[in-house]
Design a protein around this ligand. Structure first.
Ligand SMILES: Cc1ncc(COP(=O)(O)O)c(C=O)c1O
Length: 345
């Protein structure tokens, strides 16, 4: 197995999407790969051509992006950032030494950046978080979680928030994968008015399949948003990202149809994996396979096995699991089916 990630290692976390590196390593041209290594929608929002003046002008914070985002997210208490990753990196800088509990396993960037700022970080299960909540200053929950797909209960989170609020604590909810859920608007922790200590991160890259434009939003109370804004560089969200985000976020029809399409395709992926005795948990944008003890012996090198067949997956060696994003077309589905069928023989 070629991937090694350790939560406590000081090295920056490993990510999916390193297609060129894999192409070189396995001697397969980039164009022949099926990249399933991320949870980014393969059916990107069909943006029209970028108008010439959008390329030409500087980003204008007074454009219509925030109004459109307010309608999409149901609140105007938003800050546009160059991908929710920017907030993941900046938030630890806004607090003095804190005891931080992260619902784990989780997107590894959280533990990495909170530790890097010298905070006392604990990576905890739901039960452990519940038991230790009174001793924590910050709790981070990804909802639905990446890679476990778990959607923690709203009632439980509200209870934790009320405890954290008593000592000026924070509850950070990462909703990067929320948009793709058919009930996403209902499940979101975003409310019209902000709540003290509650911070919600949203990503435009995942559901809209526009990770390249680097756009996300932070929802929180105005004081926190202002403090966070001070951490950002001038013009950090480009004119093109602002324009593209505004176009995509106001297309309700596309959003509705895409949610239906993704629900169908992720079901198709789980069904396909089940045919090969892989049990998976899923969100509409990815399926995570938990390997059984027997499978761990035969699929010891899942990453390598698929890569040798031109399929890039995201491996979680420490969890004995791997994650697949959705194939983008019939050819990609066939390539995946072929790789799975060879596995059985
Ligand atoms: C759970 C989670 N949150 C946030 C991000 C960052 O996304 P972006 O910066 O593109 O909004 C990722 C990226 O993979 C993620 O998995």
């Amino acid at each position: 197995m070629t991937i090694a990630t350790s939560m406590s290692a000081p090295n920056p976390p490993f990510h999916g999407g390193r297609l060129h590196q894999a192409a070189q390593q396995f001697g397969i041209p980039v164009e022949n790969w099926v990249d399933l290594s991320t949870g980014i929608n393969p059916h990107s929002y069909p943006l029209p051509a970028v108008p010439r003046d959008v390329w030409q002008k500087l980003p204008d914070a007074g454009d219509n992006l925030l109004d459109i985002a307010a309608t999409y997210y149901g609140s105007s208490h938003l800050l546009a950032v160059a991908g929710s990753q920017v907030a993941i990196e900046a938030l630890p800088r806004l607090r003095s030494h804190s005891r931080v509990g992260i619902l784990s396993p989780a997107y590894a960037e959280y533990a990495y950046h909170w530790k890097r700022q010298g905070h006392d970080v604990k990576e905890l299960s739901v039960d452990e978080l519940g038991a230790q909540i009174a001793y924590l200053d910050v709790v981070v929950v990804i909802r639905p979680n990446n890679p476990t797909a778990e959607l923690l209960s709203y009632t439980l989170l509200k209870r934790w928030l009320s405890i954290l609020q008593q000592s000026n604590g924070w509850l950070v909810i990462d909703e990067a994968f929320m948009d793709a859920l058919p009930e996403g608007d209902e499940f979101s922790m975003i409310t019209q008015e902000p709540e003290h200590g509650l911070i919600v991160l949203r990503s435009v890259g995942k559901f809209f399949g526009l990770a390249g434009i680097r756009l996300g939003f932070v929802w929180a109370d105005p004081v926190l948003l202002a403090t966070l804004a001070e951490q950002l560089t001038t013009w950090s969200v480009s004119s093109v990202a602002r324009w593209a985000g505004a176009v995509a976020l106001q297309d309700d029809n596309w959003t509705l149809l895409m949610r239906q399409r993704l629900a169908k395709e992720s079901q198709q992926l789980c069904t396909l994996l089940a045919q090969y005795d892989f049990e998976c948990v899923s969100t509409p944008l990815f399926c995570t396979v938990q390997l059984s003890t027997i499978q761990r012996q035969s699929v010891l090198c899942a990453y390598q096995y698929f890569a040798e067949r031109g399929i890039l997956i995201r491996n979680f060696e420490h969890l004995k699991a791997f994650r697949l994003g959705l194939p983008k077309n019939d050819m990609a589905w066939r390539q995946l089916e072929q790789a799975l069928s060879e596995l059985k023989t």
